[in-house]
Design a protein around this ligand. Structure first.
Ligand code: BEZ
Ligand code: FE2
Length: 422
């Protein structure tokens, strides 16, 4: 059992309550009490305690969308236009997954990615895995992991092979299953997954109650393809697969497949209209936005007010280094705070903080995301400027790294004084 305290303990609950000079008493399993730091030290005499000056304690952050396997993609892909980016992904497919790119092994690049997550206060990741190369490295890391085994494939002739390959990766990931490593399923997107493959994979997900992730309506090109089977994707399938095909779905018919699934994360949704949002809301889906990735590929940001209208919780992720320069969730938060310049500053900063804590776990069985007795002992500590009242904007603006990170009550990251951000 131990106690930590700080100038502000930010619960990240629905009311956005903050304890000044607050403390948390916890063991390796869960949070036992939250109160004033002095109060807890008096109540639990003899329990080791540590106070973080000029700091805020929040729940450990959640980055629900990244691709760790694409950690060595810097400089290789075309940014600025979704179609040109996807062309560059396909043209560089072999190079991107080379074991040793420019002297850095993929494993080292993935380790660096994990460090970027931890250093930005992330304790939980939703990692989309295309190949399974990231399985062991993630399972061995201190992170809690929702491991999304991804399925992709549009060519009718290879669907059975792809399904068997997916099942094999899912089984592999199940051998690492634990309280902090949860196998799950990712559907790449409506343009890249054949409806027959989707049906079979969703049947598995439903039967085994596996969380789901899907890229959905990320680009205008995808919207046009789903609406009319025209535009960029028409030539894409001809150029890369030598096929003249039409879209497997409309946006709505694709969403219909997910009607009876639970815990689905829809990623991007930049082009989702009100009908799509209404449908996602009805199935209690969540939407993950990745503002930096969206800026680089689509020059567009998701409108958080549209989500609010339908009561859809907004979650924030980084996406992978195939469409971002870093996996730091603090970078993502800071850029989002600047980029959404029509949003009121402080209330939006709070909303952003909730998008990487509470919202990530709403309507799930994970005891994570807000600080409350009985929840898991996962915390991030951030150095912030000294103020009388807590300002979410100060955390987002000034915290470049987490000063400490606890997962399961264990401190997994410690920065020394020289590398402190203030
Ligand atoms: C495929 O593997 O079939 C595919 C990959 C990327 C985009 C579309 C289709
Ligand atoms: Fe992605």
């Amino acid at each position: 059992m131990q106690i930590i305290g700080a100038d502000f303990v930010v619960l990240c609950d629905a009311e956005f309550r903050v304890f000044k000079r607050g403390g948390i008493c916890f063991d390796s399993k869960e949070i036992l009490a939250i109160d004033s730091y002095e109060g807890l030290c008096a109540q639990y005499k003899g329990v080791p305690s540590q106070y973080f000056e000029s700091c805020a304690i929040t729940p450990a952050l959640a980055n629900l969308h990244l691709h760790l396997e694409f950690s060595q993609n810097a400089g290789l892909l075309h940014f600025g236009n979704f179609g040109k980016w996807l062309d560059s992904v396909l043209e560089n497919r072999e190079v991107l997954m080379q074991e040793n790119l420019e002297g850095i092994s993929l494993k080292t690049a993935m380790q660096q990615g994990i460090q970027e997550c931890l250093q930005s206060g992330v304790g939980f990741v939703g990692a989309v895995s295309s190949y399974g190369y990231d399985l062991k490295i993630l399972a061995d890391s201190p992170l809690r992991v929702l491991y999304f085994n991804e399925v992709i494939g549009s060519k009718a002739g290879v669907l059975d092979f792809l399904f068997q390959n997916f099942l094999a990766r899912l089984e592999d990931s199940k051998s690492f299953q634990s309280e902090s490593f949860i196998p799950a399923v990712a559907i790449h997107s409506p343009y890249s997954v054949h409806s027959k493959l989707l049906e079979k994979v969703l049947e598995v997900a439903r039967k085994e109650n596996l969380p789901l992730s899907v890229h959905f309506l990320e680009s205008l090109a995808e919207k046009e393809w789903l609406e009319s089977s025209k535009g960029y994707f028409k030539s894409f399938f001809k150029r890369f697969f030598g096929e003249e095909i039409t879209s497997f779905y409309s946006a709505q018919s694709f969403l219909e497949f997910f009607k009876n699934t639970k815990n689905t994360y829809f990623v991007h949704c930049l082009e989702a209209d009100s009908l799509a949002l209404e449908t996602i809301a009805k199935m209690q889906g969540k939407i993950i936005t990745c503002p930096k990735s969206n800026r680089l590929l689509n020059s567009k940001l998701l409108n958080p007010r549209a989500l609010e209208r339908y009561g859809i919780p907004l979650c924030l992720g980084t996406d992978g280094k195939s469409s971002n320069d870093s996996l730091s969730l603090l970078d993502e938060l800071r850029i989002a705070l600047f980029a959404y310049c029509n949003e009121p500053l402080e209330s939006f900063a709070r909303e952003l903080l909730l998008s990487v804590t509470r919202n990530a776990f709403l309507n799930t069985t994970f005891k994570l995301g807000s600080l409350q007795v009985g929840n898991l002992a996962d915390f991030a500590v951030f150095k912030i400027p000294k103020t009388r009242e807590f300002l979410a904007q100060n955390l987002i603006l000034y915290a470049r790294w987490a000063n400490a990170l606890y997962i399961n009550g264990v401190e997994v990251l410690k920065r020394n004084a020289e590398t402190n951000n203030l």
